[in-house]
Design a protein around this ligand. Sequence first.
Ligand code: ATP
Length: 303
Amino acid sequence: MSGLGVRTENLTVRYSGVPAVDGLDLRLAPGKIHGLLGRNGSGKSTLAATLAGFRQPSDGRVLIESDEYDGAREPYEDAIVTSRVCLIRESGDLTDSAPVKHVLGLASSLRPYWDQDLAGELLDKFEVPTRQKVQKLSRGKKSALGVVLGIASRAPLTIFDESYLGMDVPSRNLFYDVLLADYAEVPRTIVLSTHLVSEVSSLLEEVVILDQGKLVTQAPVDSLRGRGASIVGPAAMVDELTAELTVLAEQRLGGTKSVTVLGDLEEAFLAKARSAGLEIGQVGLQELFVHLTGATHQKVSKR
Ligand SMILES: Nc1ncnc2c1ncn2[C@@H]1O[C@H](COP(=O)(O)OP(=O)(O)OP(=O)(O)O)[C@@H](O)[C@H]1O
């Protein structure tokens, strides 16, 4: 199993006529970890629910591709596809009055690739009490239960829709570690929907960035990082060399300045900067995300 591929064609989802997802043409390659990034209200949850077949497109379509069923199928009301797609949402979608172990039993009966031993191991790691009713779990433990269900389902397409936000930082770090370890063992298509870009950036291979329901960009993380650079060195020299560039952010400490710039930097520029003793580094995904989704329009300057 290497995971399901996803394609959307002009995908549009409206609520009372207002588009939450607006004409998306996407392609998620199978077997990779994709980040679905966007600010609050950008349409991430709506897209995630539509990819998982929980919601019907208003226009356009979603196609889930697999060698297993030889072609592409639309997920909405398709039991074959939906048994292979696991969506974990922060709301949990769990039966509150049932004990945790009952929820696990249900998952094992619905999920064709379910791994019971893995589920037990992960519940121990996240310290989720299995005899307790779901409604009595703390928010963090409920999130952890969702994460355990998502990983142990080993679904060929697994989507975590901000499902780990209720967890504290050590638990979220544990989630990233166990997800990566299990993905290395059983590669599949994973989508992490989040606005905690800096936390997940090291996990991601590809990112989709949404803004107001529209696609801002879809690209491999490395190529996105190549769209900018950080430049550090003596302030006067940094100012001189970056005068014509779009500056996303800058910081000054004494005579040293660090700026983050956008755009492909030419070899001649890089050579000049290095010979002037400036340090050139990669730009953080978080900074690019903030810029691409327009959150810092005031901060961006073209000097
Ligand atoms: N059930 C609904 N009924 C009406 N409007 C909705 C519904 N669900 C979402 N919306 C609207 O659709 C838009 C996209 O919302 P969505 O929840 O998909 O975004 P999101 O990126 O997941 O946001 P967040 O990060 O805040 O969870 C928002 O304007 C939201 O108000």
